[in-house]
Design a protein around this ligand. Structure first.
Ligand code: GLC
Length: 414
């Protein structure tokens, strides 16, 4: 059985490698996540008042995009409409519950798209399929689906070329519900033939394959598994989306942040299996990125810049790492060894670790004769021994002053 060849847009999407999710809406004012309307049981008319006090900083979108660029992110997925039904874009009369009606005509999606094009970042649109605002969602589902398609058509025809549409909410109705997905995706393909289409399968069905028009599977808040593509009708990409703490939308009281080390390791774990990592930020009421989130983004950017640039083109490799967590990617005839747990060498008086993690690292199934191995962060050449397909690399420690969490060695072949 063979593995299908990815369509061009899907191959390009895989090379993006790292994306940023932005959950922002009128709910951000409450600082209690994007589900606050439902979970706190706020009646629609009361919740709606949040639209009156919505105030988006003039440069909010451009700050998101600059932070993303600095983090090494290639695409951003913005919540153009979330489950509360409020649209950040101009719905052109489909609904009054949109940004231009409350922000003196401003269209936040337009501002976002313009900021992306200024920085060379690819814009993607998250769009809810579940809607707590529209009566028709409950009472007249067929007409709701038409409203959804009309909404999506606006997004696909008024903002230039987009990277993709990212849907979420089909898990809200019983399996077997007819969401008329073919019709929805046909609208996208008509206006944006090169757009990636994703429909989040949620926490309960990670990695599930859906409608044939979809281009990627999702692993919401979970470690992506290697994809088995043999004999599949279409090559699908994979993407794992994750929060930095426990909320997507701004959670002012949520202190449960992942560490920078964890985020670096997760980015690596995604790329190990060829999946994209879509890391979320939840800007505050006015759209400012909170300091903790911007610091974590900056740290990831530094890691990519200093040693992890191969995550974009690097593909999962057949090379097998003997030691836990380590793995290899390959690109342009080279291999990249991702080595975990390396410590700072030779300064026991001042650094708490004991230099463990330094020493031989073993890899099997190495085809080809190795010419040179060196760290990507400082170019230092590493001693190695090769015995046919087995390679042992002597990993040196970080020099005092550095610790990049996951260290990457570039392998050149004869
Ligand atoms: C979930 C949530 C939603 C969030 C999404 C992101 O499906 O319902 O609020 O936007 O995950 O993946």
């Amino acid at each position: 059985m063979s593995i299908p060849v990815p369509e061009k847009r899907i191959a390009e999407f895989e090379k993006f490698g790292f994306g940023m999710f932005v959950h922002y809406g009128i709910y951000s004012q409450k600082g209690m996540g994007e589900w606050v309307m439902e979970i706190a049981g706020i009646p629609r008319d009361e919740y709606k008042k949040l639209a009156d006090t919505f105030n988006v900083a003039k440069d909010a979108a451009s700050k998101w995009v600059k932070a993303a660029k600095n983090a090494g992110v290639k695409y951003i997925v913005l919540t153009t409409r979330h489950h509360d039904g409020f649209s950040l874009y101009d719905t052109k009369g489909l609904s009054n519950y949109d940004a231009p009606h409350y922000l003196n005509g401003r269209d936040i999606v337009r501002e976002f798209v313009d900021a992306c094009s200024a920085e060379g970042i690819v814009p993607f649109f998250y769009h809810t399929t579940l809607d707590w605002y529209q009566d028709s969602f409950k009472d007249d589902f067929k007409s709701y689906l038409q409203y959804l398609r009309d909404s999506v058509e606006l997004l696909c025809s008024n903002y230039g070329k987009i990277g993709g549409m990212w849907f979420d909410g089909n898990w809200s109705k019983p399996a077997g519900t007819d969401w008329e997905e073919d019709k929805l995706y046909e609208v996208i393909r008509r206006h944006q033939p090169d757009a990636i289409i994703v429909n989040n399968t949620g926490l309960d069905a990670r990695g599930a394959v859906g409608n044939p028009q979809l281009d990627s599977v999702t692993f919401e808040q979970g470690r992506p598994e290697p994809m088995n593509r043999e004999g599949q009708p279409k090559y699908l990409a994979a993407e794992m989306c994750e929060t930095m703490n426990d909320h997507w939308g701004y959670g002012s009281g949520d202190l449960d942040y992942k560490s920078l080390s964890q985020l670096i390791e997760t980015l690596c774990a995604c790329r190990k299996v060829g999946a994209n990592y879509l890391l979320n930020i939840g800007p505050d009421a006015e759209g400012e990125i909170v300091p903790m989130q911007s610091a974590l983004l900056g740290g990831l950017g530094k890691w990519i810049n200093e040693c992890g640039g191969c995550i974009y083109n690097g593909k999962p490799s057949k090379i097998h790492a003997v030691e836990r967590k380590n793995f290899a990617l390959e690109a342009d005839g080279k291999a990249y060894l991702f080595i975990h747990g390396i410590h700072i060498a030779g300064v026991a008086n001042v650094t708490v670790d004991d230099g463990s993690g330094i020493g031989p690292k073993n890899f099997d199934r190495v085809k080809g004769k190795v010419k040179r191995v060196r760290w990507t962060d400082n170019g230092e050449e590493l001693n190695f021994v090769q015995d046919s397909e087995h390679l042992t690399v002597h990993a040196s420690g970080f020099p005092y002053g550095k610790n990049y969490v996951v260290r990457v060695a570039e392998v050149e072949f004869e």
